[in-house]
Structure formats: structure tokens, C-alpha cells
Design a protein around this ligand. Structure first.
Ligand code: DGL
Length: 269
């Protein structure tokens, strides 16, 4: 009995290099409304995706060991880059569910449309063995192209979702894409979900977006002892180990709230 109580009192740790994992946290709070979450952003070291792998490995190791000092019952690596670099080692080190994320190429391949999928992710995710093995295991070499959009991580960190510079970056990045060849885009970096509306200005409407958020959260739901109905959820935030007021992340959560409301109202029109 005391063990169960102990587990249900614990937090679910959500880790990212920066604000990208808040897109996962936001969805997880909707789907798991009675859970306590501890959000860890390695803000002092973001971005990860253009740093050497060995450096990232050390940063992640240190961040996760700091998270482990808190009462947590699972960790979600809400970061495709961190997952590709460190998930295997972390799972071998800690006796706790460690749920990772990978670009959602699998669901894209299940759609059975002969047109291709474009995977957007960080430079490191796309270079890593894990990504190459994923594509190979799905036999998707000819069905998938990849485009690193590393600078979007910086725009998200600066809370810039609509500046002329960002528009220019998007326009230039997509300039050579022949969209008639594609049916979908996989958002393979958690930071990229903030830009869904912006993307839709540059991507024709026959191309739809796929992300791994719901799949990851369903996996999490199956792995953890859930808090009882009625538990008042708590949120704790750490920036590179330092506990900070939740207000720091609130603008991002508000942005995501407003966006999903806008999507809802536009669909219902
Ligand atoms: N949000 C991260 C991801 O999903 C990493 C971004 C970065 O720090 O470069 O890959």
C-alpha cells in the first residue's frame, strides 16, 4: 500500500534541451490531468542539435542525474536529439521507465500513400545511427527525405514565432522543395511544433503534419502507475538544475493553448 502511494505521489520528469519539451508537457497535461510533472530544460546549453555528440552525452548525463534527485517515477526524453544520443545508455543505467522520442516516420509509412514524406529535425538527429536504422528498418530509404532546420530551435528559444527573419528562414529552407512529391511532413524535433501555423504558410494544404507526441504519451500511460482521479496536479520547473517559478514557462504553455483553441474553432466553422 505504501509503495503504491509513494509511486502515485511522484512526478513524471520531462526533459528537453530547452522549450521544445513543453509541447510534449502541454499535451501530456491534457491527456494525464491528474499527474504531477517536473519539467527540466537545459537552457544553459540549448541548442543541442548542432553540438558534438560527446558533449551532448555529458550534458544529458548530468541533467538526468539531477532529475533523479527529485521524487520522479518516469522520465520522458521530450527531445529527439537526446533520445538518439543517450536513451540506450540511460535505460541501462537507471531502473526507471525512460521513454524516448523518435521522428514519427513509422506512422507516416503506414498511410499507404505513394508520395514521399519530409522529415524535419535537428542536424544531429538526422546524422545519428538511430535515425538511419529507423529508416532502414522501415524500408523507407526511397520514401523519405530529410531536412535539418536547426535554426528553428533558436527562434523558439527566443519566443519568435512570426518575425520577418523567421519567415525568410522558412522561405529559403523550403525554396527548392517540389511539394507535388510529398504527402506529409514529420516534425522530428519537439521545438518545431510551435511553428505549425507558420509552416502552413509555406507548405501546400495537401501536405499534412505528423508528430510523435500522442504515441509517446500513450507509451508513458502504459508504463507508469497513474495518480488517482481527483489528484490536484503539480508542476515543478528546473532550468539546468535550478528550480524556477512556473511563470517562466507559462508564456509557451499559453501560446500552445491559444493555438489549439484556434485550430478547434477553425475546424468547427
Ligand atoms: N527539442 C530537441 C529535439 O526534439 C532538440 C533541439 C536542440 O536543442 O537542438 O530534437
Amino acid at each position: 500500500m505504501s509503495v503504491i502511494k509513494d509511486m502515485t505521489d511522484r512526478y513524471i520528469g520531462v526533459f528537453d534541451s530547452g522549450v521544445g519539451g513543453l509541447t510534449l508537457l502541454h499535451r501530456a497535461q491534457e491527456l494525464m490531468p491528474h499527474e504531477h510533472f517536473l519539467y527540466y530544460a537545459d537552457s544553459a546549453n540549448v541548442p543541442y542539435g548542432n553540438k558534438p555528440k560527446a558533449e551532448i552525452e555529458k550534458l544529458i548525463e548530468s541533467a538526468i542525474s539531477q532529475m533523479m534527485r527529485h521524487p520522479i517515477k518516469a522520465i520522458v526524453l521530450a527531445c529527439n536529439t537526446a533520445t538518439s544520443v543517450s536513451a540506450t545508455k540511460l535505460r541501462a543505467t537507471y531502473d526507471m521507465p525512460i521513454i524516448g522520442m523518435e521522428p514519427a516516420v513509422k506512422p507516416a509509412m503506414l498511410e499507404g500513400d505513394p508520395r514521399k514524406t519530409l522529415v524535419l529535425a535537428t542536424e544531429l538527429t538526422l546524422q545519428e545511427k538511430k535515425y538511419k536504422e529507423l529508416i532502414k528498418s522501415l524500408n523507407a530509404e526511397d520514401k523519405v527525405d530529410a531536412l535539418p532546420l536547426q535554426k528553428l530551435v533558436d527562434y523558439a528559444e527566443e519566443y519568435d514565432f512570426d518575425s520577418p527573419e523567421l519567415s525568410r528562414y522558412m522561405r529559403t529552407s523550403f525554396a527548392k522543395i517540389d511539394w507535388t512529391q510529398y504527402k506529409s511532413i514529420v516534425l522530428g524535433c519537439t521545438h518545431f511544433l510551435y511553428f505549425k501555423e507558420m509552416f502552413s504558410k509555406y507548405v501546400p494544404s495537401h501536405v499534412h503534419f505528423i508528430d510523435g507526441h500522442d504515441g509517446t504519451i500513450n507509451h508513458l500511460i502504459n508504463q507508469v502507475a497513474r495518480n488517482p482521479f481527483g489528484t490536484k496536479p503539480k508542476l515543478k520547473c528546473l532550468l539546468s538544475g535550478l528550480e524556477v517559478a512556473n511563470e517562466i514557462v507559462q508564456p509557451y504553455l499559453n501560446f500552445l493553448n491559444q493555438r489549439s483553441n484556434r485550430f478547434l474553432s477553425s475546424t468547427s466553422l
